[in-house]
Design a protein around this ligand. Structure first.
Ligand SMILES: O=c1[nH]cnc2c1ncn2[C@@H]1O[C@H](COP(=O)(O)OP(=O)(O)O)[C@@H](O)[C@H]1O
Ligand SMILES: [Ca+2]
Length: 468
């Protein structure tokens, strides 16, 4: 025994390798095979953006509670979400809600020439978010800032200056942990996949077969995303993306299952960007989408557009035609099996798109138009509800607005016909939904006794607390 131990202690590395060669061979064969498969995979898909391990064994080496602070630097406003997860990656309450959620307007991109002021617009959110994390956990708590369409559209130099100012703000003012790449412009497919993770996490469909998951649409101010899980066979036939675009399919491991996620983000097709596209068409004259009695200018992305209603009234049909043109639905660019619009592959449909959860401006406008209850977290509607409301909005005069649509914000009233027509057109002509198909408009998703905002930052938080 003693002799053996003595030998073991003085064994050289070469001896060890020799002694364990059988074991090493067994371990290395699958590693080499996996590496080969990864190398040979077609260029149509990128792998793992959100890795969420199954935590059944409670193998998380961190403390019992993990906080994450995620800033959503959206084109129309900035928001912060603070979440707290237990070891099983379940959300646990912070005080009496499952998240801290705060928001303000305008967004970072409203200060294109003043990076410091842009970054400082986050101070009040940062201070309150940090205060909600227990003092001793702050240095272990990741903070991320994800900017979306607003900074994407601003161009590289201006947006990088703003992000740098935000990095400095976090360093100077906060004790939260900033990982490398914590402050970035999210690419559109990342934003779409986080949104899909958020909603399916809250619905507890992650880990189930892909056809039990739900698809998501997120209509922001600057861009719109669609994401849904597809079969491995469909993923294999994904066309190559257009030049300069991200690939169509992301592979993700979530709760022990591999998903092939079709995801696409359409930059410049967000609701506020679409208003500009639609107003451009009429230049200095009347626009068929603007409510009668309004004459003004619409500002977007540093440009101003005339927004003048015709004295004979807005027209649903004419406005539809302009919106369809703006979407480039019948674009000759479509070289794939089937396209949505603008030459983009539609993902092939299938089980992961049977149920669609539609978020952000879809919910907000439906609430303002009065066909969903803003106090409810979700509402089941059909695209034709948008058309019906559009018909009413396009046929009113400005002075009737308050009585016909009491919930509409004053600034939105001249554009209510335009917004509702665009939303209907996007769903039906763009994404190819039937006007009568039931879809779920979502603001929040019920999770146990609570309701959580249906927004991409939760997907990012899940990644932040589950990555090594
Ligand atoms: O966390 C959220 N909860 C509810 N609504 C949200 C949340 N985040 C964004 N929104 C909604 O998204 C819309 C604005 O989109 P945003 O400013 O994020 O544009 P972007 O995504 O194109 O950058 C608004 O209707 C806003 O209310
Ligand atoms: Ca957004």
């Amino acid at each position: 025994m003693t002799a053996k131990r003595a030998i073991g202690r003085h064994e050289s590395l070469a001896d060890k390798i020799h002694r364990h060669r059988g074991l090493l061979l067994v371990i290395s064969i699958p590693i080499v095979l996996i590496a080969l498969v990864l190398l040979l995979m077609p260029g149509s898909s990128t792998s793992v953006s959100v890795t969420m391990k199954s935590h059944e064994g409670g193998s998380n080496s961190r403390g019992p509670k993990n906080y994450a602070v995620i800033f959503d630097a959206g084109s129309s406003g900035s928001r912060v979400h603070v979440y707290c997860f237990d070891q099983n990656l379940d959300l646990v309450p912070l005080e009496n809600e499952l998240e801290l959620f705060l928001q303000l307007k305008p967004g970072l991109s409203a200060y294109p020439n003043d990076p410091r002021q842009s970054a400082n617009s986050l101070v009040s959110l940062l201070d309150k978010a940090e205060a909600s994390v227990p003092r001793e956990l702050r240095p272990k708590t990741p903070v991320r800032v994800g900017a979306t369409a607003g900074l994407r559209a601003l161009g590289h130099k201006a947006s990088e200056n703003i992000l740098q100012a935000v990095r400095e703000l976090l360093k100077d003012r906060s004790r939260l942990k900033t990982e490398a790449n914590a402050v970035t412009v999210l690419d559109g497919t990342q934003e779409g996949s986080y949104q899909w993770v958020t909603i399916n996490y809250l619905l507890r469909t992650l880990g189930k077969p892909y056809s039990d998951t739900v698809g998501v649409v997120d209509l922001g101010g600057g861009s719109v995303q669609m994401a849904y899980a597809i079969s491995e066979e469909d993923a294999a036939t994904a066309p190559k993306p257009l030049e300069g675009e991200d690939s169509y399919v992301r592979e993700m491991y979530l709760k022990g299952r591999k998903y092939f996620l079709y995801v696409h983000s359409y930059l410049h097709y967000g609701l506020l960007a679409a208003r500009a596209e639609i107003l451009k068409v009429s230049e200095d004259s009347n626009n068929p989408c603007i409510v009668t009695g309004h004459s003004g200018t619409y500002k977007y992305g540093g440009n101003a557009f005339k927004a003048i209603g015709s004295s004979s009234g807005a027209s649903l049909d004419e406005c539809r035609r302009v919106a369809i043109n703006a979407l480039k639905v019948n674009d000759s660019l479509c070289t794939h099996m089937k396209c949505t619009f603008g030459g983009v592959w539609n993902g092939g449909g299938g089980g992961g798109q049977k149920k669609i959860f539609v978020a952000s401006f879809f919910f907000d406008r439906a609430a303002e138009a009065g066909f969903v209850d803003p106090k409810q977290p979700v509402a089941e509607v059909r695209p034709l509800d948008f058309e019906k409301a559009a018909n009413k909005a396009c046929n009113m005069r400005m002075e009737e607005g308050k009585s016909k649509f009491p919930r509409v914000e004053e600034d939105n009233l001249p554009y209510l016909c335009l917004d509702l027509v665009y939303q209907y057109t996007l769903l039906v002509d763009g994404f190819g939904l039937k006007p009568s198909q039931t879809i779920t408009l979502v603001k929040k998703v019920k999770y146990g006794d609570y309701a959580v905002e249906a927004a991409w930052p939760l997907g990012s938080a899940i990644e932040a607390v589950s990555s090594p």
